[in-house]
Design a protein. Sequence first.
Length: 133
Amino acid sequence: MHEWALAEAVVSTVSQIAIREGLRRVTEVRLKVGELQQIEIEILRFALSELKRSSLLEEAEFIIETEKAELRCRVCGHKWFFRRNEVDEDVAEAIHFVPEIAHAYIRCPRCGSPDFEVVRGRGVWLESVEGVK
């Protein structure tokens, strides 16, 4: 259901941008999804396809790119990539809904510290909107 709420926010935001920019229709929307969000891309695509009907976005193609989640330990400086298969299903689901709690479950593989920053791969970005005026 998280993906549906995200799709609703994307459609709403893109619609507002299209109106503000004077677009008669939107032809392409580029999204970047951080891997730490663990968004089910196919569910997001389906939700977007359903929600765009009968709107300025009806003909829009959604291009979705996933950005790998890179983490950096604040204690030892080690950088590593998040790997969903290294956490159990309940933990993965918790991180999916509230990525900030990753610190409670993930540790630096070098020093074991839970004090790390997400360098990249968190969040959802609307990269671009293209359309016809």
